[in-house]
Design a protein around this ligand. Structure first.
Ligand SMILES: C[S@@+](CC[C@H](N)C(=O)[O-])C[C@H]1O[C@@H](n2cnc3c(N)ncnc32)[C@H](O)[C@@H]1O
Length: 304
């Protein structure tokens, strides 16, 4: 098996880099020597010596369920999953905690009640998306790893020098991806949940272009206008369209998220916008993830 030879003191940093760049050969566990650790990889990694090592594949136990979310080293399973199944998950590399859902996302902060099922007793973790570290408490903050591709799609649309406003920013996944992968000159972000805001401050501390506000979007007011406004609050974004419109430059773009059934796309999402915006032009309607059978999270990109 191809492995890279890494000094032990660099192990954590290199492991995160390999996972982020999808270079880690999944299904195999690293092997520790006295001063080096050998990471199984699927191709060469610049700066590290490639060696051949005998590595036994990690046997994955079959699970009785297929749908779960992994955020960092925490796995969140459905309400019907039992302890015996959770223990199988704990044998997987990089799973340290298994939590079980207690109901659906609820309340203004869209959080989810979670109970300990197996592993360490904590709900805080570090999630890595596109090489960016995001720390969060998975119960006290809304976060979904399922929007990683969508966040990168938006970052790729941002033109150099744009001023971007992210409403409902949570622990700041959108601001982070934009700060790292776009040439936005300024990224303002607004989040009401004080716990999510604290994590956002920590997550964004390296990024000088990001300015975070802990307040209700309805109270947000800024004298300058923005080129692009992102509204990732699918259960209620339409209520906040007047605030977005007030802050949008002429010909600016809004990314409006909502939920819709397969058969309702694009009429329902576009209709919701029409209730608040008299004249607009739709640029695209994107399905960005399924949340129930035949039901999707949808993003309408439109210009005013
Ligand atoms: C669906 S989550 C999206 C979070 C984040 N953008 C992400 O993708 O992980 C919606 C977020 O909006 C926040 N929120 C809800 N109502 C709000 C309001 N009136 N003002 C500011 N933030 C609000 C919630 O606390 C939550 O973090």
């Amino acid at each position: 098996m191809k492995c890279i030879k890494v000094p032990k003191k660099e192990a954590q940093k290199v492991k995160e880099m390999l996972m982020a760049k999808k270079l880690f050969a999944l299904g195999y566990a690293p092997v520790a020597g006295r001063t080096y650790i050998y990471f199984p990889v699927n191709k060469e990694v610049k700066g590290y010596t490639l060696v051949e090592k005998e590595i036994i594949p990690v046997k994955k136990e079959e699970l009785d369920f297929s749908s779960y979310d992994q955020i960092g080293d925490i796995v969140i399973v459905g309400e019907d999953v039992e302890l015996v199944e959770a223990k199988k998950l704990l044998k997987r590399p990089n799973v340290k905690v298994v939590l079980r859902k207690k109901g659906i996302h609820h309340g203004e902060f869209r959080t989810q009640d979670l109970e300990f099922l197996a592993g360490e007793k904590r709900k805080e973790t570090i999630y890595i998306e596109h090489g960016l570290r995001m720390k969060l408490d998975v119960e006290q903050c809304y976060f979904t790893p399922r929007l990683g591709t969508e966040r990168m799609r938006i970052a790729e649309l941002v033109q150099p020098g744009e001023k971007v406003l992210v409403l409902f920013s949570g622990v700041a996944p959108y601001p982070l991806v934009l700060a790292k992968y776009s040439q936005a000159s300024l990224i303002f972000a607004v989040e009401k949940n004080p716990v999510a805001h604290q994590y956002a401050l920590e997550n964004c501390k390296k990024y000088m272009s990001v300015v975070l506000y802990n307040m209700d979007v309805k109270e947000f007011s800024y004298p300058e206008k923005f080129d692009r406004i992102i509204m990732p609050h699918p259960s209620a974004a339409q209520e906040f369209l007047p605030v977005a419109l007030k802050h949008l430059k002429k010909n600016g773009v809004i990314h409006f998220y909502t939920f819709a059934a397969d058969t309702e796309i694009p009429e329902k999402p576009v209709g919701l916008i029409r209730t608040k915006v008299p004249t607009f032009r739709v640029l695209s309607v994107i399905k960005c993830g399924q949340y129930a059978p035949k039901k999707y999270r949808v993003c309408v990109d439109f210009t005013v």
